[in-house]
Design a protein around this ligand. Structure first.
Ligand SMILES: NC(=O)c1ccc[n+]([C@@H]2O[C@H](COP(=O)([O-])OP(=O)(O)OC[C@H]3O[C@@H](n4cnc5c(N)ncnc54)[C@H](O)[C@@H]3O)[C@@H](O)[C@H]2O)c1
Length: 259
């Protein structure tokens, strides 16, 4: 364990698996105290206990980021158990992928409730405390879907574009109060979500191979590689980075077209 993140009390949403869990593990190793939030009670309890066993200061709440009162209560509990939150990572998110005209109102609502409103619920719950402490940092896990489009993935990219808008908006609004708000845009990352995406094709193995072929380096990211960037962005190593977005996609979004 090092003390690169000593003094950081970080709330991480969607922390029970995938990118959120990788970020939690990386932050715990660097000396942060963590408050983990996820819907999945079984997974969250297992992973939180495993992190506690490494000696890290970990507390957690089983809650949906869409549940405003539950999130407010969780932030209060976090303050009592690990101290007032001074860093928030809005990571929880879901793929809602449809052909636009086949998207039901319920699916539109689910997408925006989780991928956009959920991040706002958590930001709104921690911001007064951060402002009271003289500053803090919020990191929104967006996606390359925040500025590029894959057909038939509607309305997920619409929500991720909006998450980028919220990042800029809150970053500008609260810079005078010492709060930095940034986004991280991963491309494809090897998690459960990526597997589900390939499984949605008639030939999942061929779909995965196609994805690899798209990438200049012939592979996609690991969750640990995304965590390394997240760690830097919430640390005090980039104090003037605000209202911006860092892309981690192995160069995919810069490629004019696959060769
Ligand atoms: N995996 C990728 O390729 C990829 C690429 C770009 C961006 N992202 C983004 O990264 C983030 C994490 O993705 P992942 O691949 O690790 O996902 P994942 O499905 O592996 O994990 C997401 C976690 O969030 C939790 N969660 C879902 N809805 C929730 C809610 N309403 N309240 C609380 N917790 C909830 C789930 O229980 C799960 O533990 C998401 O915002 C996603 O959009 C993922």
């Amino acid at each position: 364990m090092t003390d690169r993140l000593k003094g950081k009390r970080i709330m991480i949403t969607g922390a029970a698996q995938g990118i959120g869990l990788a970020i939690a593990r990386a932050c715990a190793k660097e000396g942060a105290s963590l408050f983990l939030v996820d819907l999945d009670a079984g997974l969250l309890e297992t992973e939180a206990k495993a992190l506690q066993a490494t000696g890290a200061t970990i507390s957690y709440a089983i809650a949906s980021i869409t549940d405003t009162p539950a999130i407010s209560a969780a932030v209060e509990r976090a303050a009592a158990e690990i101290g007032p939150i001074n860093a928030l990572i809005n990571n929880a998110g879901v793929n809602v992928f449809h052909e636009p005209l086949e998207t039901s109102d319920a699916e539109w609502q689910r997408c925006f409730d989780i991928n956009l409103k959920g991040a706002w619920n958590c930001s709104r719950a921690v911001l007064p405390g951060m402002i009271g402490q003289g500053g803090g940092v919020i990191l929104n896990i967006a996606s390359t879907h925040a500025f590029t489009i894959i057909p038939h993935t509607f309305p997920y990219p619409v929500a991720k574009h909006a998450l980028l808008g919220m990042t800029k908006s809150l970053g500008i609004e609260y810079a005078p109060k010492g709060v930095r708000v940034n986004a991280l845009a991963p491309g494809y990352v090897r998690t459960q979500k990526a597997t589900e995406y390939w499984n949605s094709f008639p030939d999942p193995i061929a779909a995965e191979a196609e994805t690899m072929k798209l990438h200049p380096g012939g592979r996609i990211a690991t969750a640990d590689e995304i965590a390394l960037a997240a760690l830097f962005m919430i640390s005090d190593e980039c104090p003037f980075m605000n209202a911006t977005c860092l892309t981690i996609d192995g160069g995919l979004s810069v490629l004019h077209h696959p060769v």
